[in-house]
Design a protein around this ligand. Structure first.
Ligand code: 3HC
Length: 327
């Protein structure tokens, strides 16, 4: 069925356009690129999707460092496939952001200039091979929780990108979980490796869900317009409730002595996140922020010749502004 783009007759006031827009979201309709949308909706999506895309691309660096040091060919192939997936996720998301009118160059320039945010978790170092397992299970596990929620997002291109990405994230989480399970059931050295990796990645993974709801500047608007269908704290609690029992079943612990099961609520509760660390890392003062940014700047510089060659080829192939008939 031909989908009529939801333009609005000019005489409608902004209030009535917003009311109609919100009624569409309440009916569960997807907002598409050509539809009318409040500027604030567009701005929120450009902010969130571009940061999500940056997170995928920067997120390749912590694990990429271990591809050449994988313990065997199988692990190397799995890690290669995962890191390659993340690059593809970044492309889907940059493209989804472009449907809102921002250019790829604007987004990349913002990242390379250090003006753009990306998930703070990627500013921590991968100090041992078992970190790859902890990242897969905890970081990709947290990402899946968040992204499964975003697959219901009111903006069509974002929700469809999430459906595609979540399918691949499932493999990312499983390969990490399988690695930690094996090491937890392995030699004392392997068990220690697994526990140290969980200790390193537990708190940065909890921080992926953002500040508490009552401190989250963006959540009210994002929930109102169906971009988020769950809040930061709801998703974080789901994550804790899933991971703590699963780690305890392996005789592994989370690095939080206060973690306990609350019979009355049916949830696992622990200590407060170190919010000073959270904001310090987001503001650029994490263990690896400078290294991550310079790695992306170097990669962009190294890829300059490819971009120039592609532009020269495209220009050659286009005669008087039109691709030749045979192309
Ligand atoms: N790292 C960096 N910045 C963060 C952050 C984090 N963990 N949590 C929050 N922030 C920033 C927000 O971007 C916002 O800053 P801004 O207004 O300048 O953009 C500020 O802190 C306040 O936070 P809010 O809660 O108000 O912001 P949001 O409502 O946007 O919530 C979020 C933050 C939960 C990250 C949300 O933006 C979101 O769900 N984003 C989409 C998913 C995403 O980006 N995930 C990142 C990981 S991707 C990944 O892990 C790849 C996988 O393959 C491993």
């Amino acid at each position: 069925m031909e989908r009529k783009q939801m333009a609005h007759p000019t005489y409608l006031t902004n209030e009535s356009k917003v009311a109609e827009f919100e009624a569409r979201i309440a009916r569960g309709e997807k907002i598409e690129p050509g539809d009318w949308m409040p500027d604030a909706y567009r701005k929120q999506l450009i902010r969130m999707i571009s940061q999500h895309a940056h997170s995928e691309i920067v997120g390749m660096l912590p694990e990429g460092a271990w591809i050449t040091r994988a313990p065997n060919l199988r692990r190397k192939m799995v890690l290669l496939a995962k890191v390659q997936d993340e690059a593809g996720h970044g492309q889907y998301l940059y493209h989804a952001a472009e449907t809102l009118g921002v250019t790829r160059e604007e987004m990349i320039d913002a990242l390379l200039a250090g003006r753009a945010k990306y998930a703070s978790v990627f500013n921590y170092a991968t100090l041992g091979w078992a970190d790859i397992g902890a990242i897969g299970w905890l970081v990709d596990g947290a990402a899946i929780m968040n992204q499964t929620m975003l697959a219901h997002c009111s903006y069509g291109p974002y929700s469809r990108a999430m459906v595609r990405i979540c399918a691949e994230e499932g493999f990312h989480k499983k390969q990490g979980q399988e690695m930690i399970i094996r090491y937890a059931q392995g030699s004392p050295v392997q068990r220690r490796m697994a526990q140290e990796a969980i200790d390193r990645w537990w708190w940065p993974a909890l921080m992926m869900f953002g500040p508490h709801d009552n401190e989250s500047a963006n959540t009210p608007q994002l929930v109102r317009w169906g971009i988020k269908t769950k809040t930061n704290d709801e998703l974080r609690q789901e994550f804790i409730d899933e991971l703590v029992p699963a780690l305890r079943a392996l005789d592994l612990s989370v690095p939080d002595a206060q973690m306990h099961y609350d019979e009355t609520t049916g949830h696992w509760n622990g200590s407060e996140i170190d919010w000073d660390e959270f904001w310090r890392v987001i503001k650029g003062d994490g263990p690896m922020n400078a290294a991550r940014l310079s790695a992306r700047q170097q990669a962009h510089e190294d890829g300059r010749w490819v971009r120039e060659a592609a532009e020269a080829y495209a220009a050659k192939m286009t005669v008087n502004g039109r691709a030749p008939a045979h192309a």
